[in-house]
Design a protein around this ligand. Structure first.
Ligand SMILES: Nc1nc2c(c(=O)[nH]1)N[C@@H](CN(C=O)c1ccc(C(=O)N[C@@H](CCC(=O)O)C(=O)O)cc1)CN2
Length: 305
């Protein structure tokens, strides 16, 4: 198996962060302040704690200001919405992110709707979702934008390719489909009710798996030479004598890597791109907020306008 089949998201994310750091320093010199990203965590979900901590560390490492807010798992809606309103009004904060999932008693859509669309660096607000749907500039969700960067880096022009997105979530599946459509792919969005999913996937030049089911996509579903992007992060039950299970994606990697032309591993594929693109979006927001929009070509790895 040739090594360059593997799409190394960790390496790409590192290079993207390098470009972000350069532009963040330029921003500071220009604006007289650092670009600022606020992250709000409600509760103590262990995975979310790890992601929020990584976001804070990487924000600072790129020369941006990190503001971290933690609320207890039983925090009421008014407290969370009040915190978001304060961050909306704070001129030191360019981007706001509320870590998901939220505890069940909180209304996710209401919380997202409270974030100012101009600080919505997650791209989850309906204003930004609408902008993406009609092809206007706006903030695009980090994971699908990261997937698109990896795809364009590997394949160049995607136009005319058959793409299948497995999963229809607002965070990954739907925006991923919109991005691929904007690149002139022929896009199929598959989901739990799709008939004969293996056959649908076999027609695809590009497969994006975002279903959250460990190793569901099998090697014999993949068209030889296709490019496979695995968004899944699933922890398997621990093997005997171990405390933690291993992390696998939504694709049977060991099988699929034999057939695919290129594939992202899990870990080390799409995951690291999520945080790098978040920093990219926060920096874009900061430049917008000082009335000096950042041209896409100033971020060399970033082929997206
Ligand atoms: N408000 C948001 N919440 C969530 C998002 C999001 O984009 N915005 N995405 C995910 C979690 N996430 C960031 O928040 C995230 C997931 C995975 C990784 C990552 O680097 N994964 C590693 C493996 C990590 C591990 O060992 O557990 C990898 O794939 O190599 C970063 C960020 C849900 N919530």
């Amino acid at each position: 198996m040739s090594e360059n089949k593997v799409i190394d998201g960790k390496d790409f994310a590192e290079r993207l962060r390098g470009s972000i750091a350069t532009l963040a320093a330029e921003f500071e010199a220009k604006a007289g302040r650092k670009a600022g990203l606020a992250v709000v965590l409600v509760g103590e979900d262990p995975a979310s704690q790890v992601y929020v901590s990584s976001k804070g560390k990487q924000t600072v490492a790129c020369g941006m200001a990190s503001f971290e807010y933690k609320l207890p798992a039983d925090a009421d809606e008014a407290t969370l919405l009040g915190m978001i309103e304060q961050l909306n009004a704070d001129p030191a904060v360019d981007g706001i992110l509320v870590q998901l999932p939220l505890p069940r008693h909180l209304d996710e859509q209401k919380v997202i709707a409270t974030i100012s669309p101009d600080k919505d660096v997650d791209g989850f607000h309906v204003t930004n979702a609408g902008r993406l749907a009609v092809g206007q500039a706006g903030y695009v969700p980090c994971t699908p934008l990261g997937c698109l960067m990896l795809l364009k880096d590997r394949l160049g022009d995607l136009s005319g390719m058959n793409a299948v997105v497995i999963g229809r979530s607002n965070i990954v599946g739907k925006p991923m489909a919109q991005l691929l459509l904007a690149e002139s792919c022929t896009v199929t969005v598959a989901h739990s009710r799709t008939k004969d999913l293996p056959e649908v996937v076999r027609r695809a030049d590009i497969v994006v798996a975002a279903v959250g089911r460990p190793e569901m996509v099998k090697a014999d579903w993949i068209k030889p030479g296709a490019t496979v992007i695995d968004v899944g992060i699933n922890r398997l039950p621990p093997a005997e004598g171990k405390t933690k299970g291993r992390i696998v994606g939504d694709v049977d990697y060991q099988g699929a890597v034999q057939v695919a032309g290129a594939i992202t591993p899990v870990p080390g594929g799409v995951g690291p791109m999520t945080i790098a693109v978040l920093l990219r979006n926060a920096l874009v927001a900061a430049y917008d907020h000082i009335g000096a929009p950042l041209a896409a070509e100033r971020l060399p790895e970033n082929t997206i306008a």
